[in-house]
Design a protein around this ligand. Structure first.
Ligand code: PMP
Length: 369
């Protein structure tokens, strides 16, 4: 199939803006007159120093990151941070314990990993299914926890926080891998934010960590040196070879976001796209059904079933086959939940979402009894 005919609704790695790919292609063999590719460039060169510094500066500008926060680049993905966060922060207080909100598959994995390094307190009653954020009144936060952790957008289950939890002064940590820079965020409310790039801000290979300076230098002694926030901060993320090309691509995507109007513009577009999909789901009289509580439906990942609440697998298969014939790919729900999942990251256009809505309307007319 021709690239132009494909609409990619993948959950990540995901669609990149066309102009970014074109620029990367143009510069692939000869970056900025250096005669070499970024793929071949020393991470200690002045050209790469410019790339990494410009990328960090763009993030600082787009998210209004205050001066007392470091912006770091890591390998190891979001999953690497499931370990790095407790390794660096669980010893902030003597009790070595941390509070976790577990609202989906990713925060569940993070909590499980953290248990290796300290005591983990899940602050709310266990959820039977991941389709809502437990009422604030049911949370029991521990004032002597080293930090409170939550996943801002659960990519598999489609649950997104529309508010920042109030932790009564305890350090707040958030995994924003799947909604990073999809909207503005008040960084000053957080001790640490991390996000893999491969959904909203680039390709796989690099994970951004934004961390408040007073939290540096507190790593446990068993923390691998490459995961130590203080070490990476002192070395401008160049303690060892960073994922150079992924950082370069992130720089291009951030420039694209800036040209679109920044985080506010992403916010508006992402809301518009999600509203379009949610509207057709909600107006289908149960033919399409999204299991997630309306108050916390993700604007990035919308899971839904077709035919009946628990899903009619034959109908879902025929929906996916029909979509694929029209070039709409990667709509299959995560294997642990089944059904359909639409991911609407920054690079997915309103036109892409409209094409899907048109197909969903047609499929509804053709199959509704
Ligand atoms: N957190 C979230 C919210 C994710 O969606 C993912 C991956 N999809 C991860 C963490 C793990 O990221 P990685 O595969 O890069 O380790």
């Amino acid at each position: 199939m021709d690239r132009k005919q494909v609409v990619n609704f993948g959950a990540g790695p995901a669609k990149l803006p066309q102009s970014v790919l074109v620029q990367a292609q143009k510069e692939l063999l000869n970056y900025n007159g250096t005669g070499i590719s970024v793929l071949e460039m020393s991470h200690r060169s002045s050209d790469f120093a410019k790339i990494i510094n410009t990328t960090a500066d763009a993030l600082r500008e787009l998210l209004h990151v205050p001066d007392n926060y470091k912006i770091l680049f890591f390998q190891g993905g979001g999953s690497g941070q499931f370990s790095a966060v407790p390794l660096n922060l669980i010893g902030l207080k003597e009790d070595r314990c941390a509070d976790y909100l577990v609202t989906g598959a990713w925060s569940a994995k993070a909590a499980k990993e953290a248990e290796k390094y300290g005591k983990v307190n899940v602050v709310h009653p266990k959820l039977d299914s991941y389709n809502k954020i437990p009422e604030r009144s049911t949370w029991s936060l521990n004032p002597s926890a080293s930090y409170v952790y939550y996943c801002c957008n659960e990519t598999v289950h489609g649950v997104e926080f529309n508010f920042i939890p109030d932790t009564k002064g305890v350090v707040l940590v958030s995994d924003m891998s799947s909604n990073f820079l999809s909207r503005p965020v008040d960084v000053s409310k957080f001790g640490l934010i991390f996000a893999g790039a491969q959904k909203n801000v680039g390709c796989a290979g690099v994970t951004v960590v934004i961390v408040r300076e007073d939290l540096l230098g507190r790593a446990s002694k068993e923390c691998p040196v490459i995961m130590d926030y203080q070490v990476q901060a002192e070395n401008n993320s160049l303690y060892n070879t960073p994922p150079c090309f992924s950082i370069y691509i992130m720089g291009l995507v951030l420039e694209w976001i800036r040209n679109q109007g920044g985080a506010d513009a992403m916010d508006q577009l992402n809301k518009q796209k999600a509203d379009m999909i949610n509207d057709i789901i909600d107006q289908s009289n149960g033919f399409y059904s999204c299991p997630v509580d309306v108050a916390c439906r993700s604007r990035m990942n919308i899971p839904f079933r077709i035919g009946k609440k628990e899903g009619d697998e034959n109908l879902e298969k025929s929906f996916l086959d029909g979509a694929s014939k029209l070039g709409m790919i990667s709509l299959k729900g995560h294997r642990s939940v089944g059904g359909i999942r639409v991911s609407l990251y920054n690079a997915v256009t309103v036109e892409d979402a409209k094409a899907l809505v048109t197909y969903m309307e047609q499929f509804l007319r053709d199959h509704k009894k």
